[in-house]
Design a protein around this ligand. Structure first.
Ligand SMILES: O=C(O)C(=O)C[C@]1(C(=O)O)C=C[C@@H](O)C=C1
Length: 271
């Protein structure tokens, strides 16, 4: 199984790939989410792992657009507990650190911790682990990384502060992406869809009550701009259901009421 991720060993994506596909899967690391989406679309990787939302920092909106543009299918999801740690080249104190680099989502999850250190500047980087690796390879002093304890272990860095995310219970939801939908033995109980509706008074309210009438349990609704129609919006919806037929009926009703529907995936809820 060839798995595409953004990041390198020690990153959270790498951990999810190992947890989902086992130690022997072949993992290719890319610098951007777009490269992951492209590699799955071109068949270079069988499956892509992509973070889509975090319980502190919220949705990674651009990733919804990537799934849409590259025509990928969501075949599953995975929730990983995330603990962030501040680490640096060994032998330094907190007072030696002038700058901290990490993945933008990781920085967002630790914003509160750094309020007590106004002299430390925060900078976006590719992924959590690659900063740790660079500090180690180039023996960089004065710069810290935010990453997992596993990354500190792999790259030989010293942890200056443990568990620095704003709330202790912190989760990132990852989605597993393939080029084509796959047949599963179990009936799906969750779906991710995109609905485009006309920008008219009450149209979103009508959509929501229609879904509720069909017993759809919405776990996510995210509006995204329709690029070629300024100030029009489409909605990415995640919904859970006990009855697959009712879900199919809901989709038909949305279309009958004038909505455009694109299904991104039907899979098993893992929450
Ligand atoms: O940089 C990493 O280690 C990642 O796997 C990326 C990522 C993300 O994209 O949200 C994954 C989980 C955490 O939320 C922080 C960063």
């Amino acid at each position: 199984m060839k798995v595409g991720i953004q990041g390198i060993p020690g990153s959270f994506h790498h951990q999810v790939a190992l947890n989902c596909f086992g130690e022997t899967c072949g993992i290719s690391g890319y610098r951007t989410f777009e490269e992951v989406a492209r590699s799955v679309n071109e068949g270079k990787d069988d499956v892509g792992v992509m973070a889509i939302e975090n319980s502190i920092a919220g949705a990674i909106l651009p990733n919804y657009e990537l799934i849409d543009r590259y025509g990928l299918t969501i075949i599953g999801e995975y929730y990983l507990p995330i603990s962030h740690n501040l680490m640096a080249f060994p032998g330094q104190q907190m007072s030696d650190i002038q700058q901290v680099k990490s993945h933008p989502m990781a920085l967002l999850q630790c914003k509160k911790f750094f309020e007590a250190y106004p002299l430390i500047s925060l900078m976006d980087d590719v992924d959590t682990a690659s900063v740790a690796k660079r500090i180690s390879d180039e023996k960089v002093k004065g710069i810290g990384a935010i990453a997992s304890t596993k990354a500190a272990e792999i790259y030989g860095l010293e942890i200056l502060a443990y568990d620095i995310q704003t709330v202790k219970d912190n989760f990132t939801r990852f989605i597993l992406l393939k080029k084509q939908p796959e047949k599963t033995s179990e009936m799906p109980d969750k779906a991710s869809i995109k609905v485009t509706i006309r920008n008219e008074k009450g149209s979103l309210a009508k959509l929501l009550s229609l879904l509720s009438d069909c017993d759809m349990d919405l776990s996510k609704i995210q509006s995204v701009p329709v690029m070629d129609k300024p100030w029009n919006y489409a909605f990415f919806l995640d919904m859970q259901f006990a009855d697959y037929d009712k879900y199919q009926e809901a989709l038909k009703k949305v279309v009958a009421s004038g909505g455009e529907v694109k299904v991104f995936g039907e899979y098993l809820n893992k929450k």
